[in-house]
Design a protein around this ligand. Sequence first.
Ligand code: TXA
Ligand code: MG
Length: 330
Amino acid sequence: MNSSARIYRGTPRNLARLARLLRAGEPVAVPTETVYGLAANALDARACRKIFTAKGRPASDPLIVHIHSLAQLADVAQPNAAALRLARAFWPGALTLVLPKKPVVPGIVSAGLPSVAVRMPSHPLFRRLLKLAGVPLAAPSANPFGYVSPTSAAHVRAGLGKKIRHILDGGPCTIGLESTIVDLRNPRAPRLLRPGAVTQAQLKRVLGVPLRAAAKTTVQPAVAQLAPGLLARHYSPRTPVTLHQKISPTAARRGPAGEAWVFLAKPRALTGKNIFWLDTHGRLPGVARRLFHVLRLLDGKNFSRLHVELAPGEGLATAINDRLRRAAAR
Ligand code: TXA
Ligand code: MG
């Protein structure tokens, strides 16, 4: 195999070794419940620079800092009461909070911004590694910049295998979409920067106020971007994607054989080499879990176009459709 990356099982010995490598400034790809991340010591600017190099990520795109315990939050950020309420309600889990940054966090992590994004992940192997490393770990998704996020160790190796040396295998990600990001710099006016598995309604219930949406723009900002959501084209497969509110089986049956049709649920009485679905029964957690895997799989099959069905409703559907719209943006 033309790849220099080694995939490690999560044995105590391997975890101890990877924690040592992280402390020594090496980047390590790690499993999380959302997507795989490419981690490095968040307090070491040189280590973090390797993340940007491996991913081909512009220095204007800041990283998320992952912590093991609530006590670590105040080491890297200045939490406010609203942040602590959300942390208690949703951590460990798929929620990232943007807060004023502490000076120990190097500017490369925050792309020069005075704020830092922080998350306490729930994946048990990543948690053990965070504890052993003893330092907060900065980690964006472990994919080449702009491509679909990885939800398995094999995805990480396919994209970054020649650029990194260590990948911890924690199995397929259970959520499958990147975390919800909330900007809490002003706790009275929280803003949703990226929808994820922690929904608007859940956040509102804890905060007592609705969240404002991030300003949408399709223009590439020249300065540090406020949120990944502000770049229209992100998470994109190479194959053009067309979205549909609902795919009619007739349209799929009559369409050209070189175009793929991706239903939310397994269609009845319709099969073919270009017919796919995301979850047998179209249940949204299953759709979210398999979405990036299916996009990657189909991207490798030489279809000229992927037709994908949007998810109905709100909540998790909002996050799924956000990623689909980015995949379809050109
Ligand atoms: O679920 C996740 O969030 C995964 C796992 C690995 O934790 N991480 C992830 O990171 O998806 P990614 O590739 O989306 O990069 C982090 C994003 C950046 O695109 C950035 O815009 C946003 O988080 N971010 C980081 N620091 C920020 C800040 N100070 N202000 C606003 N947004 C920030
Ligand atoms: Mg990313």
